[in-house]
Design a protein. Structure first.
Length: 419
């Protein structure tokens, strides 16, 4: 009888823990949306079509870096109750904080550009809508989503979008013949083929995104807690890490699937890809109409979901300039959203090559990224801000190593572009 009681107690405790964990799933998924956005599609399609399985290692490395950085910046939100932008404004000299935050807004604009463009390309594929008209529709629809929905409702909608994107790629993956031996080698052994550095940097910028670091520190606070209760803070930190690990792992799988499909379909058949709509067209004779339709639908959901999160990030950073948290009904947050979407649309109207626009937007993100990483390390290492939860020596070493890798890759890209 005692054994039976113990069995049911263990089962009950496990069920309680599982239910507890599910309550905390959400913020990480919203971050995942940012790195399975249309900019990633362009970078990953180019990586797979041009270099086969060789650049899969960059998805693995970028995702590991992403987990460390996102987990660290979420600590800032949980422990201090401030997002990255608010903390920068409060604890740094104005000229430093504003310089970094305005560059971060520019990164959000570059992100929104890729997201809106991806949604527009998908609408062109599905309904033959002109790109510029599709871009306006995508931006307006996502603006309406942000204005009309509470955070909790929006989170559920976006989780639904991510689920559909994941299922779409599983369906696509089941239709192609993957060389799994080469894929496993590509995931774990770094190689830099000739002329591949711009694509490598675009993959990095597409996975580790500055606006996501600002976004995570903001949305993690949607789970309300008592900042004075150490037990609650410890529980928040524990479940946040599980949420981040699960969500980033999901993003790694979807990004990898994009490169695998491009390598198996385009690289194997020596078909170069320089446009997402071209990729869809090429899928038809190789895999059939169904695959091309799945591709377009998944791209549409990716564009809508990621444009929405880019708007939240832009609004959060802009509100942070005024020491305010994100609140879509507050004029600073709403102005930040409008600024992000408006500038993205303005730039988009001057882009002749949408595919190259997507690639270069991701390179722009990788160039801004070191500044955001330095800001994050400074704030999360401060005992004044973080108290006993400030970064340890090991955490600082790990974070500075990541920052150094990003900086070195940026220098290599600059040298490559100046040749």
């Amino acid at each position: 009888m005692k054994n039976l009681y113990s069995y049911f107690k263990i089962t009950h405790d496990s069920s309680e823990k599982a239910r507890d964990f599910l309550k905390y799933i959400g913020p990480g998924i919203l971050i995942t949306v940012g790195f399975i956005d249309p900019g990633n599609w362009a970078s990953n399609m180019a990586a797979g079509a041009d270099y086969g399985y060789d650049l899969l290692w960059m998805v693995t490395l970028s995702t590991i870096m992403l987990i460390v950085l996102q987990h660290n910046v979420a600590h800032l939100g949980i422990v201090s109750g401030l997002c990255l932008a608010e903390a920068a404004t409060i604890y740094l000299k104005p000229w430093i904080s504003r310089t970094i935050l305005f560059s971060a807004i520019a990164a959000s604009v570059a992100t929104a550009l890729a997201e809106i463009l991806g949604g527009a390309i998908a609408l062109s594929m599905l309904f033959h809508l002109p790109i510029k008209l599709g871009a306006v529709f995508t931006a307006c629809f996502c603006g309406w989503l942000l204005w009309s929905n509470s955070y909790k409702k929006l989170e559920k909608v976006i989780i639904g979008f991510v689920s559909l994107i994941g299922l779409s790629f599983l369906a696509e993956l089941s239709l192609v013949q993957i060389n799994w031996g080469q894929a496993v080698t590509g995931w774990v052994i770094p190689t830099i083929p000739e002329n591949s550095l711009p694509i490598i940097m675009s993959v990095l910028g597409a996975v580790v995104m500055p606006h996501n670091l600002f976004l995570h520190s903001e949305i993690i606070q949607s789970r309300q807690w008592n900042l004075e209760d150490e037990t609650i803070i410890h529980k928040q930190l524990k479940y946040e890490f599980l949420d981040t690990l699960f969500s980033m792992g999901l993003g790694w799988a979807i990004n990898s699937a994009m490169i695998l499909i491009a390598a198996a379909v385009f690289f194997t058949n020596q078909v170069p890809v320089d446009a997402l709509d071209q990729a869809q067209t090429m899928l038809k004779p190789l895999l059939g109409d169904g695959a091309a339709l799945i591709f377009a639908i998944a791209l549409f959901f990716s564009g809508i979901a990621s444009t929405t999160t880019a708007g939240i990030a832009g609004g959060s950073i802009y509100a942070g300039l005024f020491e305010e948290a994100y609140n879509i009904k507050d004029h600073h947050s709403w102005h930040g959203v409008l600024l992000t979407y408006g500038l993205a649309l303005l730039i988009l109207f001057f882009i002749d090559d949408p595919f190259q626009g997507l690639i270069y937007s991701q390179i722009a993100l990788s160039i801004q990224l070191p500044w955001t990483i330095v800001l994050q390390i400074y704030l999360t290492s401060s005992k004044k801000i973080m108290g006993k939860y400030a970064n340890t020596k090991l955490q600082k070493t790990l974070l500075w190593s990541i920052g150094s890798i990003v900086a070195i890759l940026n220098i290599m890209l600059l040298q490559d572009m100046l040749k």
